[in-house]
Each structure stands twice: as structure tokens, then as C-alpha cells.
Design a protein around this ligand. Structure first.
Ligand code: AMO
Length: 445
């Protein structure tokens, strides 16, 4: 963790965190949820949980009869505050236990609990998500989100240090850049509108406007009808755009360095979380390999006899196999560059290029994490591509116009944060990386 949340302000309930409790340091106050209760006759062990961990409190009938009597009514997940003397104990988690001198139940929890918090019982993901507010209490789930917070803080830190401007683009739009079928329609007063699929058009308009380098830590909505472990309907997207680039390699450099910085920060500052999650996070210190799309197809064919169904894209299996191929060579992350038949905003068919487009994907641990590339800043050329592709230019007039008043060469990418967290925390399903995920069948909690 980035340091302890300071819970000792005078206006807060008097307590310290469980992780700050030291044996023989004099009386302390702690507060948290009752994680576990063990009743051994004349002895009651309470394991109390706060954001920083667990601590054992031992109530002895002989030693503190009144508190012992009071604790008989305690229930799992009650919120309690305990004052007492920390003493060394080999059997206690963390090697310290508290002998209580004060005990107070701040709030009682209803019982029975619909979901076990402390016991490692195998519950399917759907039940966990139905009871997400309770599921989020589990130390291993909390660790996912403190790790996520660490990654995002470090990511933003990198872009701030590099003087990128933090932007916010609209979540409500008249159309989308990524494909009509994936738009969520909404009623906007008396007009039809959509939830934003991506800040794509806006970040490019900001390049035309001279903002030079921007990032947006935002949300994107995709109405894909999926049932996979890597798709959700509401995604956390980290978008980046920068101008005056030579080519798409400058964009990949930014992505590579910022991701390495975030992973390093997680490895250093989220040690406890990684430990709880049993993850050995290896930071890819070497340059990420950059292979062309054709080279990717070659590897799949010669090494695995695999041919993606769509010859212009890599399929899930193809990404996974390429992931294994590069992982064996010590590269968990690599770029695939030059996808054919790309969206109109990517620069394509450039004379002298050995690739069909300047579009790349970043693949990390066998899964696509981001798409990006150099954009077409020559508006006439872009409109030609739009027409070739049958894109209705009338829907993009504000964008075409914005780019027609002088636009520097630029490029960028969109990084799927939920997928990043899924891969770093080694979670089976992307939904485990999201506090309250949305999919075609889930609108609550
Ligand atoms: P793209 O559509 O590839 O590119 O999205 C970028 C990244 O966002 C994540 N992502 C998703 N994650 C979970 N569930 C989904 N349904 C989902 N859809 C996308 C992925 C993906 O790599 N405008 C371009 C980016 C750019 O060129 O700047 C775009 O949105 O990790």
C-alpha cells in the first residue's frame, strides 16, 4: 500500500489499523468487522478485520468476566471497536493478539449472511456478484481493488509527470466511432442519443486544437452481446493521444513506458495485496517485442497450425497462443502492428510501409489490453477511406470539420483497465476486476 490511511485524526473514531498494532506497545484501539468467532468454552477468539488486515482478540472468562459475558452475543460481520493490550502470540495471525479492556458493538449484522466472508467456500461467480456488497468484504477481493487503485494512481502519475493534460470528454453522444451495433441508445430529452463507446473523436479533436498530449481515465459503454470472460458492457478505459509523433512507434513507446511504470509501482507498493492474491508479478523490464500482423499469422501457422477464422484479425485463441509463445521467451507483453482493413481513423496503406495500417494491439499475458495507432490527419484521405468503407460522413461532420483546420500528426490508444487488472491479479473473469460489473444480464447491484 501507498502508506497507511491516517485513522488517528481527532475528529475520527479513535482507532489505529490492525497492521499498526505492535506487541507490548501499550493500550491500542482497533475497529472493524468480526471476521471469525471461535468459542472454546472459557475463551472466545474474535478475529477482527479492517482494510489493512486481521487481528486476533482473546476474551478470557477469568480475566475479563464482564467483557466475556458481553461477547457471547457477538455475530459474524458485526462492526466492533476494541481497546486492549497487544501481546505477542505465535498462534495469532501477524504474531500479535489483543487482551481486551473495552468492547463495543457499533453495529450489528443481520444473520444468516447470504455469503460466507471468512471461509474459503467455493461459490460460483454469479452468486458472488448477486451478493457483491458482501463479496467485496473478502480480503482477497479487497486486495484486487487496492491493487487496482495502486495501478491507476501510478498510471496517472506517469502521464502527469510527462505533462499530459487530464481531459474529460462527453459520455453522451450522437453516434460512435467504433461501430453502430455496439451502441447503447438512450433518450436524450426528445432526441435519440447514445452512451459513449470511446473518446476517440474528441481526443483527436483536441490534437487538432493544439493540446499536444492528453489522457482520460474514463468509462466506455459497449452493447456487445457477449458471454466471455473478457467482455463487459461498461468498461474502464484509459485513453491517450499525443501529437507531433513520427509514427505509431512513438505511441507504443508511451504505452510501454507507462505500463512498465504502473506494473513496477504495483510490484513495489502492493506487496501485501499480491501476496494475498498469491501473484508473483514479474515486471517486463525488457523491450516489448513488436511484430507485424503477418508475422503473428506466421507464428500461429508454423508453431501451432492455427488459422484465425477472420484473416484480418486475431481471435481469442490466436492471442492466447501468441501469448504463450512470447511468455516462453520471457515476454509477457508484446505489440502486434499493422492490422488490415482498419477503422477509418487509423492511418493505412502508407507508401513504403511494410504493414497494411499503423494500428497496433498490445497483448499482455495472452489477452488484448489495448488498441491504438497513428491516426489519419489528412482529412481528405480520411474521408476517402470513410467512403470506401461505407461510413456515413454526415454523422461525423463535427469531427471532420475540426480536423480540417490544421491538424498535427498524432496517435494514441485506449487501454482496457479492467482487462489489465484481470491479468495482473490473475483473475479468471474480467468481472472479478470490477466492483459492480455490468453485462447483458446484470444491472444490479
Ligand atoms: P477498442 O475498441 O479496441 O479501441 O477498445 C480498446 C480496449 O478497450 C478494451 N475493451 C473492452 N474491455 C472489456 N469489455 C469490452 N466489451 C471491451 N471493449 C473494449 C480492450 C480494448 O483493447 N478508439 C479505440 C482506441 C484507440 O485507438 O485509441 C478503441 O476504443 O482492452
Amino acid at each position: 500500500m501507498r502508506g497507511q490511511l491516517d485513522v488517528t485524526h481527532t475528529y475520527m473514531i479513535d482507532r489505529i489499523h490492525t497492521s499498526q498494532v505492535e506487541a507490548d506497545a501499550g493500550s491500542v484501539a482497533i475497529a472493524g468487522h468480526v471476521h471469525e468467532i471461535r468459542d472454546l468454552g472459557g475463551l472466545v477468539f474474535l478475529i477482527v478485520r479492517d482494510r489493512e488486515g486481521l487481528i486476533q482478540v482473546v476474551f478470557k472468562e477469568e480475566r475479563e468476566p464482564e467483557l466475556f459475558e458481553a461477547v457471547q452475543d457477538v455475530g459474524s460481520e458485526d462492526v466492533v471497536r476494541i481497546v486492549g493490550e497487544p501481546v505477542e502470540s505465535d498462534q495469532a495471525p501477524g504474531g500479535v493478539e489483543i487482551a481486551p479492556t473495552e468492547y463495543e458493538v457499533i453495529d450489528e449484522a443481520d444473520s444468516p449472511l447470504p455469503l460466507e466472508i471468512s471461509k474459503d467456500v467455493d461459490v460460483d461467480l454469479s452468486t458472488r456478484l448477486d451478493n457483491r456488497a458482501l463479496d467485496l468484504r473478502k480480503p482477497e477481493v479487497l486486495s484486487v481493488f487496492t491493487l487496482r487503485s495502486e495501478l491507476m494512481t501510478a498510471m496517472e502519475e506517469w502521464f502527469e509527470a510527462e505533462e499530459f493534460v487530464d481531459i474529460k470528454t462527453p459520455r453522451i453522444s450522437k453516434g460512435g466511432a467504433e461501430g453502430g451495433a455496439e451502441l447503447f441508445p438512450i433518450l436524450y430529452y426528445d432526441k435519440d442519443a447514445f452512451l459513449s463507446q470511446s473518446p476517440q473523436l474528441y481526443k483527436q479533436m483536441l490534437m487538432a486544437a493544439g493540446y499536444e498530449a492528453v489522457y482520460e481515465n474514463g468509462t466506455a459503454f459497449r452493447a456487445e452481446d457477449f458471454a466471455t470472460s473478457r467482455h463487459v458492457s461498461e468498461i474502464a478505459m484509459f485513453d491517450v493521444e499525443l501529437a507531433y509523433i513520427e509514427d505509431h512507434h512513438d505511441v507504443m513507446d508511451v504505452q510501454e513506458e507507462s505500463l512498465r511504470h504502473a506494473l513496477r509501482a504495483a510490484a513495489e507498493n502492493a506487496e501485501r495485496e499480491l501476496d494475498v492474491l498469491d501473484v508473483d508479478l514479474q515486471v517486463p523490464e525488457e523491450d516489448f517485442p513488436r511484430i507485424t500482423f503477418d508475422e503473428a499469422l506466421d507464428i500461429l501457422e508454423t508453431e501451432y497450425g492455427h488459422f484465425p477464422d477472420d484473416p484480418t484479425d486475431l481471435d481469442t485463441k490466436g492471442e492466447k497462443l501468441l501469448g504463450e509463445y512470447f511468455e516462453e521467451q520471457g515476454h509477457p507483453a508484446f505489440f502486434v502492428v499493422g492490422y488490415p482493413d482498419e477503422k477509418f481513423y487509423y492511418m493505412q496503406d502508407v507508401e513504403g510501409d511494410d504493414v497494411a495500417s499503423r494500428k497496433f494491439d498490445l497483448i499482455y499475458k495472452g489477452q488484448e489490453l489495448s488498441s491504438g495507432g497513428q491516426r489519419e490527419h489528412d482529412v481528405e484521405r480520411m474521408v476517402e477511406v470513410m467512403e470506401e468503407q461505407g461510413v456515413e460522413t454526415a454523422n461525423f461532420e463535427f469531427y471532420i470539420e475540426a480536423l480540417s483546420f490544421g491538424t498535427p500528426p498524432h496517435g494514441g490508444y485506449g487501454l482496457g483497465i479492467d482487462r489489465l487488472v484481470q491479468k495482473v491479479a490473475e483473475l479468471d473473469n474480467i468481472k472479478e476486476a470490477i466492483m459492480f460489473p455490468r453485462d447483458p444480464n446484470r444491472l444490479e447491484p
